[in-house]
Design a protein around this ligand. Sequence first.
Ligand SMILES: [Zn+2]
Length: 232
Amino acid sequence: MLAPHFFSSRPLSFPGPERDDDYGVIAEALDVPARAVVRVRQVHGRTVRVLSNDADLVPEPIQDADAIVSARDDCAVVVRIADCVPILVADRRGRAVAAIHAGWRGMAAGVVHAAIEALGDEGVAAGDLIAAIGPSIGPCCYQVDDRVRDLFLAATPDAAAWFDEDGPGHWRLDLWRAAKDSLVDAGVSESSVYLAGFCTADHPDLFFSHRRDGAAAGRMVAAIRRPRRPSP
Ligand SMILES: [Zn+2]
């Protein structure tokens, strides 16, 4: 196994980043101590929290960030989502992993590139990475207005390909394609990017959706741990 990981679904919910008891299930699933489930305060930016091998392990969300890179095999790293795109990344040689939270703001800010660069700083080349894009709002359901498109294009000129016209002043935004293109642009091989293709808004039985259920929607997690026996 490249790296133990999962994307959660209903009925599990993770209402906030703070409460340790909510995260016990992740600790159990990924075989780490309950106090070693590391998260961040997600702010839709491009900051990456990096857990190097020799760093002190502080699981609490002490930092505003939207991606976590870990070279440690004694902790799990986690992002929370309810429509935004969760991306889990692993090194084929087992040296590090990453969890990324990317809504349109984070995608536009370049959080995917920032995470892949941080993995590079840990000695992992983008060509050695494999990535999974988890359940999130699909192009079928994600309508945005001109304002979002204009802001996105101002940050990322390549973003035009991710929008399809959907009536006057409105667009369908394909964050799945944005995630894949961003990973490939950052150096990940296209054949190493896997897309779940599950739309959170279309599956109320399986997933929470902020757009469908409002701000009180539950939250899912994407979690991953570095493997304990790296491949040679
Ligand atoms: Zn949909």
